[in-house]
Design a protein around this ligand. Structure first.
Ligand code: NDP
Ligand code: 8X3
Length: 250
């Protein structure tokens, strides 16, 4: 039974992935800051599979390392890392951007992503096996107005996905990026700091992706035979053609 560590498992894509993988015989390590949600999800999934939770903020490098090092023997061999934790904070033109928003996105989406990777990759190298799924975004592939810093952090994820694949190639470790378009999760509520109406408007007038759609694709990607590595995948709702072109019927 393979062990999968999912960051950002308390909500959205990460949570849906945990639920999907629990149905398919994976052992799960679920990570996030909201401990109550981790406990709830663990209780929901434990009748299907073995679940361990790790409660840490990806921005705190010591906490990340300590959490990963604290894994009990039954969970310490990580076969699949799903680097999913991340968010957008704000949607402002560059000239009026908020430095705290910029710090949050760079600290979580890039530095936190790296802290988790740094704690886990050496173990995969030692075991000469592993599979890393990096969740980027269509914002990793193109820039949209007011998306400046969020897009930059996701472009960094795209670059790191390629870099990891090159550096880890000699160890037989698979690395692939999955880049969703608009998925209806808590993402926009976080971006707009709890403004639920503004967040709901993002998904109005068309059928966006559901977190379960991405979870299904992640399950597909990590269950391919070993000689297949899905290196990069961009996934949009049918109504979306690019970050700025969405066929809304209002
Ligand atoms: P959600 O807001 O629903 O989930 C974000 C997850 O990230 C939560 O579980 C949250 O957990 C975790 N997280 C955020 N900050 C931290 C932190 N500092 N430390 C630890 N965990 C953290 O959004 P999505 O599910 O949509 O987003 C998941 C990923 O998908 C992100 O990387 C996002 O950029 C990407 N994405 C999303 C798209 C969308 O349209 N929704 C499209 C393309 C990509 P907690 O708060 O409990 O710590
Ligand atoms: C999330 C999708 O279009 O809001 O990465 O940037 S978008």
């Amino acid at each position: 039974m393979k062990t999968v560590l999912i960051t950002g498992a308390t909500s959205g894509i990460g949570r849906a992935t945990a639920i999907e993988l629990a149905k398919h015989n994976f052992k799960l390590i679920l990570c996030g800051r909201r401990e109550d949600r981790l406990a709830e999800l663990q209780a929901e999934l434990e009748h299907r599979t073995k679940v361990h939770t790790l409660n840490f903020d990806v921005r705190k490098k010591k906490a990340v390392k300590e959490a990963i090092d604290s894994l009990p023997p039954d969970f310490s061999k990580i076969d699949v890392l799903i680097n999913n934790a991340g968010n957008a904070h704000g949607l402002d033109p560059i000239q009026t951007g908020d430095l705290d928003d910029w710090d949050a996105m760079i600290d979580i989406n890039v530095k936190g992503f790296l802290y988790v990777s740094h704690a886990i990759i050496p173990k995969m190298v030692e075991q000469r096996s592993g599979h890393i799924i990096n969740i980027g975004s269509t914002a990793a592939k193109e820039v949209y107005p007011n998306g400046n810093v969020y897009c930059a952090t996701k472009h960094a994820v795209d670059a790191l996905n390629q870099g990891m694949r090159m550096d880890l190639n000699q160890f037989g470790i698979r690395v692939g990026g999955i880049h969703p378009g608009m998925v209806e999760t808590e993402f926009s509520e976080v971006r707009f700091k709890g403004d639920a109406e503004r967040a709901a408007n993002v998904y109005k007038g068309f059928q966006p992706l559901k977190p379960e759609d991405i979870a299904d694709i992640i399950r597909f990607v990590i269950t391919r035979p070993y000689h297949i590595n899905i290196a990069d995948l961009v996934v949009m709702s049918t109504a979306q053609a690019s970050s700025t072109i969405v066929n809304r019927i209002i």
